[in-house]
Design a protein around this ligand. Structure first.
Ligand code: G4P
Length: 529
């Protein structure tokens, strides 16, 4: 197959949702369609048991939270589908944000009864900022839930989306009869016993045909006709360009658990979802069909055997082909690296691959060369943008609890920060180390991993910080900047990249500081150039 065709057939996307909306169930059903797994339950059990291929930590097993972002790939109708799984738990939201830099589109799962939930709002906002094309899947139609129109309103208002329903439910919960597929103009009847099988659909060319009454009964037929008329009147027609530009979001209804409405979603998805897109580097925009390889690290994952401290760096290929045993430039280190066993992901397995294409994710074994955001190329000095750090929510001093193991502790902290587990700030005043995280859970993860992977012990101490702000010296007023540094010395720290950070202890002090030193710019993410 030609290089261009390989690119055109790839679909790399993420599924995002609030926990429990049905992301895992939907992922599993998609894999079933791809023939990548044989029975329902495979992915689910993976989530709980944490098989060796994706998750590694006992702590995860105990908690049943998917900390890791894994890749699930399969072929469907000759399309190579790469699903980047994202943790739904809010304490790992940063992990999800980073994964969103590697997707070309997104499917948003919403629970029909719960509607738009908090985590969905945050994640969709990130996608909206990046103009990522989104399809919405409203799940659990076999249960009583909100009225379809109310829900569409809620999606528009709370998520700021412009929706267009491409399918519409016939009844709901106890009365759920099936869905009308606006995109394909057919009806899929719900038998309630369709688990694991692929549905038959009935084409309805003319909605006014008496066939409809026969299929779903008089009342339902009438209400479906009314509803579709309303849909047509209220919502814009599907516009692929608008969808691709992130300006319009198609909506599907279904029940992932019953494998209902999933085929419709997938069939439409492979038709409309974008193949790998161009990506902006600091230097220039790189097109996916450029011949020379480039890619970036969006995730680092401690590997299966924690004793070996072996890590897997996940690279999204942006352009060209990535080949085994070929030297590539690690731009930040300005050195060439070769990989003898790059991993590709297929279904739930990973295997060594010789060649990978744009859109693909490869896992590279790493002993500490990579950190999140690193770029690999065939020689050009490119730095991919878009993996900023946000201000953490929690801050704690980290103390060494075993003086004999100071070296191990430092090395452990260093490597865990490169993985993006949390952020490290070193205070200017006394060199004390402060760990910032999005969720309190991370502190346990870090403690556990420091002990089990690095043989180091730590304790924490609270450090009250309201927000971390990255400081920009605009050069406008050197005196003011010097004064700011002197007066605020207690609250200043360096992040791991050496950037100056102001740790404001309250929103009031943040405000006062901004007023007092107008020439000192305070930013809420690490990327502001
Ligand atoms: P998540 O990954 O988004 O967290 O959600 P997950 O797929 O794990 O689904 C959360 C719960 O919702 C599961 O139930 C799952 O079976 C259920 N679910 C998913 N899709 C549907 C659907 O279409 N209809 C109905 N009625 N339920 C659905 P659970 O009780 O937490 O797990 P389990 O005991 O059923 O495995």
């Amino acid at each position: 197959m030609e290089f261009k065709d390989e690119i055109a057939r790839r679909r790399t996307f993420g599924i995002i949702s609030h926990p429990d909306a049905g992301k895992t169930t939907l992922t599993e059903k998609l894999l079933l369609f791809g023939g990548a797994i044989q029975e329902a339950g495979a992915v689910k059990s993976n989530k709980i048991k944490k098989s060796a291929t994706s998750d590694f930590m006992e702590i995860e097993r105990q908690r049943g939270i998917s900390v890791a972002t894994s890749v699930l790939a399969f072929i469907y109708q000759n399309k190579k589908i790469n699903i980047l799984d994202t943790p739904g738990h809010k304490d790992f939201a940063e992990d999800t944000f980073r994964t969103l830099t590697a997707v070309d589109s997104v499917i948003v799962v919403i629970d029909v009864a719960k509607g738009v939930e908090e985590q969905t709002e945050k994640l969709v906002e990130v996608c909206r900022m990046r103009n990522i094309p989104m399809i919405v899947f409203i799940n659990k139609l076999d249960r009583e839930g909100k009225d379809a129109f109310d829900l569409l309103d809620e999606v528009e208002q709370k998520l700021g989306l412009q929706v267009t329903p491409l399918s519409f439910p016939i009844g709901m919960g106890y009365d759920f009869q099936g869905i009308y597929n606006v995109f394909e103009k057919n009806i899929n009847l719900f038998s309630g016993q369709s688990k694991q099988s692929i549905e038959d659909t009935i084409a309805i060319d003319d909605l006014n045909s008496p066939e409809l009454e026969k299929l779903i009964g008089e009342t339902a037929a009438e209400s479906l006709r009314d509803n579709l008329e309303l849909v047509e009147g209220v919502y814009p027609a599907f516009d692929k360009e608008a969808y691709l530009a992130g300006e319009q979001q198609p909506v599907f209804f279904g029940s992932a658990l019953n494998n209902f409405g999933v085929r419709e979603l997938l069939d439409c998805f492979i038709q409309i979802a974008p193949p790998p897109r161009a990506k902006a580097a600091e230097e220039r925009v790189v097109e996916s069909d450029e011949k020379k390889f480039s890619g970036f690290v969006f995730k680092i994952h401690a590997n299966m055997d924690p004793k070996h401290r072996d890590r897997l760096a996940f690279i999204k290929i942006v352009s060209g082909t990535f080949e085994r045993n070929t030297p590539y430039l690690h731009v930040r280190h300005d050195k060439k690296l070769k990989f003898s066993s790059p991993n590709a992901f297929f279904a739930e397995k990973k295997e060594i691959v010789d060649i990978s294409y744009p859109g693909d994710i490869v896992g590279l074994h790493d002993t500490g060369n990579f950190k999140i955001g690193d770029t690999l190329t065939e020689g050009e000095k490119l730095n991919y943008k878009g993996i900023p750090s946000f201000s953490p929510e929690h801050f704690r001093y980290i103390n060494n609890a075993d003086p004999m193991k100071a070296k191990q502790l430092n090395k452990g902290i260093d490597q865990l920060m490169d993985e993006g587990v949390a952020q490290l700030f070193t205070l200017e005043l006394n060199g004390r180390k402060v760990i910032g995280t999005v969720g309190a859970l991370q502190y346990e993860v870090i403690q556990y991993r420091l002990e089990h992977e690095y043989g180091a012990k730590c304790t924490y101490e609270n450090f009250p910080v309201h927000k971390a702000c990255w400081v920009e010296d605009t050069g406008e007023n050197p005196e003011e900047f010097a004064e700011f540094k002197r007066i605020k010395q207690k609250f200043l720290a360096r992040d791991k990249a050496g950037q100056l950070v102001f740790l404001a202890d309250s929103s009031f002090s943040l405000q006062m500081t901004q007023q007092k030193y107008p020439s000192v710019k305070l930013h809420f993410t690490s990327e502001f150039a």
